[in-house]
Design a protein around this ligand. Structure first.
Ligand code: FAD
Length: 339
């Protein structure tokens, strides 16, 4: 078997908070998990959208930053040793040749044969809303980034933030503390972010620590195709400005698209997968959906809901993996975690 072919009990699509906790829950019941995510790092929305924001409604943590929650979930899952396949999208899901197993295929050619599939894909695979600038792809991952993982990466740099929503405003405010210069380009003078953050943005602009470039929009990039030198912006009258920059952060939202998941024959309701709320089973034997992507009457899109769904799915899946055997319910306090 090549290293791109794997066989396991459960394949989890999505390494967001809920997918990570599912790996732990399934592992605690003796089911070995492989986890796939399009992003190069685990954490889903917590990592991609708000790593440095505190979350206040995780049971047992009065306050925890999203990035730290993900670190803890990875640490917790490590006890059951899941296998990660990051930076690759699950593009195909079909019945495997043998029996009642499933076969997943990813965009990089990894193939996973699993009895159980858990779709923990959130709102779908993340992809940035790219501004239509010629040649922007050449700079992606170098001078152009659609998300910030560590603000320290931009310390001492000239940063242009584009957009008018929460991400643009929050990151502009945060990066003003470490960057050499921060310019914020928005096509309106008014920002659509939390009022406190907008007030902070204006205060920093008044202090000369942020350059508000409004109402302007992105018009072009200047550089050698490797290193960004400047961002060109224009106003509605066609007047242009050249902003010297090492980094452009376009925050026009992440488009989350169900992508290939929509083609797998799962029962969908407005881009969500319909499940039985007692088990999180979909319309297919052996395929479960949990977390933000799963829907049923009264569904609450919260991390803690997803955690409970992971536990329910693991218990419902167990008899499918261990056919003919009986599951004796045990608390984690009784059985501990695998050594
Ligand atoms: C700004 C903000 C603040 C929030 N604050 C809170 C809060 O305070 N409390 C709270 O409970 N919730 C909060 N939420 C919501 C919370 O983040 C979500 O409920 C949670 O992330 C859902 O987790 P998930 O694992 O189901 O999905 P996600 O976190 O969306 O992760 C899904 C993962 O699946 C991957 N994926 C999708 N399709 C594929 C595919 N085909 N192949 C491979 N990978 C795929 C995606 O790339 C993604 O990484 C907040 C959300 C935002 C945006």
């Amino acid at each position: 078997m090549s290293i791109k072919n794997h066989k396991c009990d459960v394949a989890i699509i999505g390494a967001g908070p809920v997918g990570l906790f599912a790996a732990f829950q399934f592992g605690m019941l003796g089911m070995k998990a492989h986890i796939v995510d399009t992003l190069a790092v685990a954490g889903g929305q917590c990592t991609a959208l708000y790593p440095e924001k505190p979350i206040y409604d995780i049971p047992g943590y009065p306050r925890i930053d999203a990035a730290e929650l993900i670190e803890r979930l990875i640490e917790q899952a490590a006890a059951v040793d899941p296998v990660y396949h990051l930076g690759q999208q699950v593009v195909a899901l079909a019945k495997a040749d043998a029996g009642d197993r499933w076969r997943l295929e990813t965009s990089t050619g990894t193939v996973i044969d699993a009895r159980i599939v858990v779709v923990a894909a959130g709102a779908g695979a993340f992809g940035p809303n790219r501004p239509p600038l010629p040649g922007i792809e050449d700079y992606e991952g170098k001078g152009v980034h659609y998300m910030v993982l560590r603000r320290q990466d931009f310390a001492g740099k000239r940063v242009v933030v584009a957009g008018g929503g929460d991400s643009a405003v929050d990151w502009a405010v945060s990066l003003a503390e470490v960057a050499e210069k921060v310019s914020v380009v928005h096509r309106r003078a008014k920002f659509r972010a939390a009022p406190e953050s907008v007030n902070r943005l204006h205060a920093l602009a008044d202090e000369g620590r942020i350059d508000l470039v409004v109402p302007y929009q992105l018009a072009g990039l200047e550089g050698d195709g490797e290193t960004l030198r400047a961002v060109i912006v224009t106003d509605l009258d066609g007047n242009s400005r050249r902003l010297e920059a090492d980094i452009l952060l376009p925050f026009y939202g992440l488009a989350m698209s169900l992508g290939p998941i929509a083609d797998w024959g799962l029962n969908l309701d407005h881009h969500h997968i319909v499940v039985d709320p007692a088990t999180c089973l979909t319309n297919y034997d052996g395929i479960f959906a949990i977390g933000d992507i799963a829907t049923y009457p009264g569904k609450l899109k919260l991390i803690l809901t997803g955690f409970a769904e992971a536990a329910a799915a693991a218990h419902a899946a167990w008899p499918m993996v261990f056919e003919g055997q009986e599951l004796h319910f045990e608390y984690s306090t009784t059985k501990g975690v695998p050594e």
